[in-house]
Design a protein around this ligand. Structure first.
Ligand code: GUN
Length: 288
């Protein structure tokens, strides 16, 4: 079997187009322009690339982008003061603090200082609780993008066996909640899971979110399964230079799977599209 390639890049462009249409309508009908504030502490090169890309796409859909780049040694008090200012700024509908933060900053404290209704990452403890209890919440962007692609490919996910590899707060845990919400039978596998290949082989849906390059080989995949690859890992290329690969070994998995997301061009673009969609949602909820 040769897998259907789930084109996240095209899907994300469609989502951004829909967001742009609604942003234009908000502006025309209500004079509102959604605003997204992104806070970056320090100069991690990968984070700088993400933040630049988020800012560019925010402006492209007609929203205001507010970037706050702070020095790596910024104190917790100063960061909390900035978040408080953004929480109270009516021009700012969404706030994202890029993770990871430098070690001297308490990530939980910082995230939980964001007003929950402006928490477009869905990381605030109250949004986590709302999602876990099936209530309306801000949903983390990467798992939301994965769910949208899965729904588009499968239609109903009800009754399917889903294995999420990775238990991070950013992807693995919220992904499991979303799949459970769509009535999948969900297993969350992680570094201590016994006989991971056997666990993955049961799955109709595999979501790989471990951050280890090409960790999942094709012979772990049940024929016809759908493989969603959240990993973005840079590896050395044969003959010099580097290239991006996911958490699954693409060629061997694509030979067995029914459908697969590529890296790049799969989950990555959907994450940013969902961030913009969440910012629009936050704006609409802010203004009823
Ligand atoms: N770092 C890696 N992924 C994310 C994300 O989705 N949101 C934030 N804020 N930081 C990240």
């Amino acid at each position: 079997m040769t897998a259907t390639i789930i084109d996240g890049k095209a899907f994300a462009a469609k989502v951004r187009g829909q967001v742009a249409e609604q942003v234009a309508r908000l502006k025309a009908d209500h004079g509102l322009i959604p605003g997204l504030a992104v806070v970056l502490v320090g100069a991690d090169p990968a984070s700088e690339v993400y933040v630049r890309s988020k800012g560019k796409m925010t402006v492209e859909v007609g929203m205001n982008s507010f970037e706050h780049k702070l020095a790596a040694d910024t104190s917790e008090a100063d960061l909390l003061a900035l978040i408080d200012k953004l929480n109270n700024d009516p021009q700012v509908n969404g706030i994202l603090v890029q993770l990871p933060l430098p070690d001297h900053l308490n990530e939980d404290l910082v995230i939980n200082s964001i007003a929950p209704q402006k928490d477009v990452d869905g990381f605030h403890i109250s949004n986590v609780g709302l999602l876990g209890t099936g209530q309306k919440s801000m949903v983390p962007c990467t798992p939301l993008g994965c769910l949208m692609m899965l729904r588009a490919h499968h239609g109903s996910l009800s009754g399917l066996d889903a294995v999420v590899i990775g238990r991070s707060n950013i992807v693995g845990k919220p992904m499991a909640q979303l799949l459970l919400g769509d009535s999948c039978t969900v297993t969350v596998a992680h570094s201590r899971t016994r006989d991971l290949p056997a666990v993955v082989r049961r799955a109709d849906i595999v979501v790989a979110a471990v951050g280890r390059a090409q960790m999942v080989p094709g012979d772990w995949i049940k024929p016809g399964a759908t493989v969603i690859d959240v990993g973005i890992n840079r590896i050395e290329k044969d003959g010099g230079g580097t290239r991006l690969v996911g958490d699954v070994d693409y060629d061997s998995c694509a030979a067995v799977a029914g459908a697969i997301t590529p890296v790049p061009g799969g989950v990555g673009p959907m994450t940013i599209a969902c961030l913009l969609a969440n910012t629009l949602t936050a704006t609409c909820r802010d203004n009823n």
